[in-house]
Design a protein around this ligand. Structure first.
Ligand code: FA5
Length: 346
């Protein structure tokens, strides 16, 4: 094949080349040491007459240089093309909105408990805790609720099998039915004056409905000093409710009975509730709290002299407060674990 034909053929082929592999192949095909088309021409030069050898030799050598140039140019082109493609593939769209990472959030009852603690801490109360598994002495006896007394039925109890046996009596274990045992536990170890709250979970073996669960939260309150009376109690809880609901609230104190307070009251809050299928709202009272002046026998249980000290105590239902604050019609929703409900507090 003539050098000019080889050049024509090469130029046609190099035009179509699109990959490093093809480029390597064409390089071998034309300049390969043994069987390259142009190499063969150069090897066969010695068979030509001297004049022709000079001419063809010159042409072949210059074509060899041209081919090498073309190949390195093509190599550069392919490299730029490859880099561009790589960059295109790795392209990051900085305007794209990021993926939202769901971190979880606090349960509405936890939020309400934290808020209650904050408000009482600001009023100088200390936050204390007691055990969820209690014994019958603290849950009942020390709170002036003797064995076989009918008032024990006020708290339907989850009893545990285990018990502690003393020479004079047996103390059975139970899931505490209220936070009031913390009053006695605290008073046994501290001298008045003091003001505390004791938040925690309580359990009752009773039928559930829209305002009753078998487990719920209470916050116990206790303020003891020389001259504490029910007016102090009313002032403190009114301030608490106003801070909690962030508005003035109407409350009602109803005479009631608790073995561990005398006199005893129950506190209701007035709130507006929606009537089913109607636009208007009905005003309703919801009981949120039991309270009263600490009974002398409770002071005695904690080895404090009832002639020296007086105080008020209360137990507020946290779930009920959360129901009013967030307009939740059924207390059981808090414990169902339904994410559609819970995620409203996200
Ligand atoms: C008591 O538990 C008393 N220990 C409260 C108390 C403390 C009185 C200190 C005097 C001095 P009561 O059983 O009424 O009382 O419960 C107190 C509050 O807990 C109720 O007003 C209500 O808000 C809430 N509560 C009671 N039962 C349930 C229930 N099953 N589900 C949800 N909340 C409840």
């Amino acid at each position: 094949m003539k050098v000019s034909e080889i050049k024509k053929k090469f130029l046609k082929e190099i035009e179509k080349i699109n990959s490093f592999k093809e480029l390597e192949e064409i390089k071998l095909n034309y300049l390969g040491r043994k069987s390259g088309i142009l190499t063969k021409v150069l090897h066969s030069l010695k068979k030509l007459p001297i004049e022709e050898r000079k001419k063809v030799g010159k042409e072949a050598n210059s074509l060899k240089k041209e081919i090498e140039n073309f190949i390195s140019l093509k190599f550069e082109k392919l490299k730029t093309k490859e880099e561009k493609e790589k960059l295109l593939k790795e392209k990051v769209d900085l305007t794209c909105p990021g993926k939202k990472v769901y971190l979880g959030h606090l349960h509405p009852l936890t939020l309400v408990l934290r808020e209650i603690k904050d408000i009482f801490l600001r009023m100088g109360f200390e936050v204390v805790e007691g055990p969820e598994i209690e014994n019958s002495v603290y849950n009942f006896d020390a709170l002036n609720i003797p064995k076989n007394h009918p008032s024990r039925d006020l708290w339907s109890t989850f009893w545990l099998d285990s018990a502690l046996h003393f020479s004079s009596h047996t103390s059975r274990f139970l899931l505490r039915t209220h936070t009031s045992p913390v009053q006695v536990r605290y008073m046994e170890k501290h001298q008045p004056p003091f003001r505390i709250i004791a938040p925690g979970r309580v359990f009752r073996h009773e039928r559930t409905d829209a305002s009753h669960e078998i487990q719920f939260y209470q916050v116990e309150g206790l303020m003891v000093d020389k001259n504490i009376n029910l007016s102090n109690f009313k002032a403190i809880i009114l301030h608490f409710f106003e801070e909690f609901f962030k508005k003035k609230v109407e409350i009602r104190l109803r005479p009631s009975y608790f073995p561990f307070t005398e006199p005893s009251v129950e506190v209701d809050i007035k709130f507006k509730s929606k009537i089913k299928n109607q636009k208007s709202k009905k005003e309703k009272w919801l009981e949120v709290m039991g309270a009263g002046m600490v009974h002398p026998n409770v002071f005695k249980s904690a080895r404090l002299n009832p002639f020296n000290w007086q105080g008020f105590a209360f137990g507020v239902g946290v779930d009920r407060l959360a129901m009013i604050k967030y307009k939740i019609p059924d207390v059981r929703l808090f414990y169902k674990g339904d994410l559609r409900f819970i995620q409203q507090w996200r």
